[in-house]
Design a protein. Sequence first.
Lengths: 251, 251
Amino acid sequence: MQNLMANARIVLVNTSHPGNIGGAARAMKNMGVHNLVLVDPQEFPSGKADARSAGAKDILENARVVGSLEEAIEGCSLVVGTSARSRNIPWPLLDPRETAAQALAELSKHQVAFVFGREDRGLTNDELHLCNFHVHIPSNEDFSSLNLAAAVQVITYELRMALLASEKGHEPVPVWGTEWDAELATNDQMEKLFDHMQETLVEIEFLDLENPRQLMARLRRLYVRVRMDRVEHNIMRGILTATQRTLKKLR
Amino acid sequence: MQNLMANARIVLVNTSHPGNIGGAARAMKNMGVHNLVLVDPQEFPSGKADARSAGAKDILENARVVGSLEEAIEGCSLVVGTSARSRNIPWPLLDPRETAAQALAELSKHQVAFVFGREDRGLTNDELHLCNFHVHIPSNEDFSSLNLAAAVQVITYELRMALLASEKGHEPVPVWGTEWDAELATNDQMEKLFDHMQETLVEIEFLDLENPRQLMARLRRLYVRVRMDRVEHNIMRGILTATQRTLKKLR
């Protein structure tokens, strides 16, 4: 179990209350997850975090602090973001159990990040658009916002339950193909692809940066959701390069 | 759902930290459980409990304070107590999911209590012997003690998941396409898209029809798998048309 959990990463974005960081660390350690990444925390390190961690101080001491979500999820091939249910642009939405099944199927192959937003406002749309799936913890519609550490508890609990079930031979069924012929593209490869795509779309005069509308968001949703493998990623980069080269020859 | 949950009761025994009572109330309200009974709490009511409840103050105000576990579980036909795994006298032991399934089967008939012990020592043997079942939240053996509110979160989350599943008749929830903003593209729209794509890939000299290798098969797998909606389909067609138009202008 330990080896699989080594590929799981909990990312807390812009946390306001250090006590919640400590509570999250405790929940993680209870469930056997050890990698914590903090994106721009408002107060860290902090005695309040240490106190609430109740002995999970090793997780706090080894936590990585970074400046952006992109850095936090670098090298991850599956990124899941916690979300309130309704968004402007709908996204593939899992419940915590489905999320755990999906993650379990992938943890043996690559790094998986679980991203939790701010206490008051969650994740921004831009942050959510970096995620392959969104996970919604089912809750009372009139009182839906869980405490941050409680949300980490639910997700890591489901992860542990899925691992225990699989060790007993009850493999939960993942949502997305586990038998694939090529490794998945990493998050940073995808970001470079989106940069290249945007540049090319401007060159073919399909994208007007003065009036971009929702184009890149729509394309991002399409290509993040499909979970591109590296062969596909290389093909897409090849198509963009060929387009630019042909335009250059003619100009 | 509300009616069934009205028969569920959360009992906290001899809680030391009022913040945990507030955290438990918040977790309960998030999950739609409203009856809280406190057995001899060390500090209650308390501003700390109110603060941590983050708006679940109604649950705290309606909480019943009693002197013994016997009083707290009066009228209940099923009592489940949280327990560390090993006891001197073995007892029927469920995990949280099994507990929720058991409770769900009984909530329509009678009152069900979920009993949580002290932060430092849990429930005594005498208290555990008042319970029909014990529930153990699976956790890291070297760091097994969950925060009290986190434990309430896990149990009430499982209860809610079980209720939601039963309301849906245990139908698995599809991951994709249940809440989407646009209709899916039809098969013939997709075929026209692939024709258009192939034509354009030849024009940008990325595809050589004499030696096509697996390119169109790879692209087909990518775009069929993603289940494109009509907005996305139109964007893709628009990109192909813009590419052709720009090439034409330059030729």
